[in-house]
Design a protein around this ligand. Structure first.
Ligand code: CO
Length: 244
């Protein structure tokens, strides 16, 4: 699990570093697939229910599952990069949303609050807690900042399959659902809208967008429940201070 997830983290970091005005989401997808295969891994999304790409790249009001295209990113956009891989029989999955050039204060706040909400959820991935404690913590943080949580998509267990039990909603009452136990591996992935929570799927069958057209952000980590607390498997392999 660690190897697959560190690869996801490293590839997403490489892609985030390429994000700039003029770069297309198709360019990012090609680089993602090249890096994944070079590492001896297989893209997990490509071919999953006929999804056509390695990466999901969701721009601005796109929430998740944006299909990479010749669309060039522009300064002021935000783009969610979501990727899964399979390596040695195990899956990794993570997402980050990154600014393109300079973005508005509102967009920057959305990114910060969504990243913080993910961290609040991760803190709840503790032995003896319940699955719904995760979504409850996420929802509290998001709504305290006046944003809203998407209801139609959820996080998930992950391991020998990309999507395993249990589903992990990003909202709800605490103390519900399965108990968290040592060794569980969970993909926690809040999707947060500036405006109303509603989403719809475009005619391509994949791209989810906010119904009200407001900006949306998405961050995801794969986390193991351990005796020592939550262990984020999708952290970078090399600490920032040691990187070239
Ligand atoms: Co996921």
């Amino acid at each position: 699990m660690r190897a697959a997830n560190v690869l996801v983290a490293d590839v997403l970091a490489a892609l985030a570093a390429l994000v700039a005005p003029g770069v297309t989401t198709g360019d990012l997808d090609a680089e993602a697939e090249r890096l994944v295969r070079e590492a001896g891994a297989v893209p997990a999304f490509k071919g999953y229910r006929d999804y056509p790409a390695t990466l999901c790249a969701s721009v601005n009001e796109q929430v998740v599952h944006g299909i990479p295209s010749p669309r060039a990113l522009a300064a002021g956009d935000i783009v969610s990069l979501d990727m899964g891989v399979k390596l040695n029989g195990f899956y990794g999955d993570a997402a980050v949303t990154v600014p393109v050039g300079r973005v508005s204060d509102g967009a920057a706040t959305l990114l910060r609050v969504t990243r913080e909400a993910l961290e609040k959820g991760i803190e709840q991935a503790r032995i003896g807690g319940r699955i719904s404690d995760i979504g409850h913590a996420i929802q509290r943080h998001v709504e305290a900042h006046g944003f809203s949580v998407v209801r139609e998509f959820v996080g998930h267990g992950i391991g020998a399959a990309l999507h395993e039990e249990p589903q992990i909603a990003n909202y709800g009452e605490p103390g519900r659902g399965p108990r968290l136990a040592e060794g569980m591996t969970l993909a926690i992935e809040p999707m947060v809208n500036v405006g109303r929570p509603g989403v719809k799927v475009l005619a391509d069958g994949w791209t989810a967008v906010t119904r009200d057209g407001s900006l949306s952000a998405h961050f995801e980590h794969t986390v193991a429940v351990t005796k020592d607390g939550p262990l984020v498997l999708t952290r970078r392999s090399v600490p920032a201070r040691l990187r070239a």
